[in-house]
Ligand binder design. Sequence first.
Ligand code: FAD
Length: 319
Amino acid sequence: METILAVAEAKDGNVRKISYEVLTAARSMSSGGQIVAILLGSDSHEHADSLGEYGAKTVYLVNTQNEVGDTSVLFAEALQQLIEQIRPNAILMPHTALGKDVAPRVAARHGLGLVSDVIDIQIVDGEVVFTRPIYAGKAFEKRKMTSGLPFATIRPNNIRPERTTHTEVNKVDLKVHRKDLRTVVKEVVRKTTSTVDLTEAKVVVSGGRGVKSSEGFKLLQELADLLGGAVGASRGACDAEYCDYSLQIGQTGKVITPDLYIAAGISGAIQHVAGMSNSKVIIAINKDPEAPIFQIADYGIVGDLFEVIPMLTEELKQT
Ligand code: FAD
């Protein structure tokens, strides 16, 4: 493939890890072509260099920090501009909140198809075949584009980012030609205070209705902090107002693939499992030995989470 456009994201002054995963995915389908990256949310040349370490030859930088418009609209505008300019043969984007917002806008504007939440890319007989989970993660489907160019969003924490030897990067500051903006962001209020992004965390300690209160969630936060991870939740716990909906994992919440997922007081309903079943190691803590979560857990602890979690925390504090 001659030119692949890989979309990267910066947040809170850092390049998000998913950006390197998208670049690694782009390399797997490039077979000698060039990879052009667009970094949404930063104009730092250091950030551009870091993308070069993962294969980007040219990096277009877009920073909308001082803009008053809706960031997604501006980023979609920037992407549209770049696509018209460089005419890529394929486009890959992160399947993040921003990617899910921007990718369909761009696809619609260019009359393209879009395959979302991709976990694997293969080249079969010269054609790009995307694999994505369906039916809440119970099955996988393979898709290829029958017209237009391959355009997909990539699920975070699924493709292992790999560095290359190529490090020289051509950096271009992309000036977005602003068209009529119909919405303006006046204020952004963060829902969670956690410093670890739930969708990128390597360890997630998640609580369900069994945690019984927002006080109970403090136990989980302590354990997550010790492990350098983030706290997640079932919808049961969110509905009961033990925690914020921004922590919800599952079919109608966030889809995550951490290295370690600890499910405490979560029954394991299919809608929850849809959001975490691809975690590398799952530990379930539940006092009901028949709880469905044990069917997908690598390690199961039948017991009261109010005894098990403090024991785990104490043990970790000793190490
Ligand atoms: P429960 O099912 O009530 O389970 C609580 C568990 O805690 C039990 O297994 C119990 O044995 C255990 N427990 C209790 N006390 C203790 C203790 N002291 N120590 C150890 N274990 C204890 N759910 C999601 O999570 N995410 C979604 O995205 C989602 N989307 C949905 C979409 C739709 C359309 C629908 C219909 C439902 C959705 N749900 C979702 C809800 C889902 O079906 C379940 O109702 C929900 O996941 C249950 O949450 P829970 O496991 O915390 O609660």
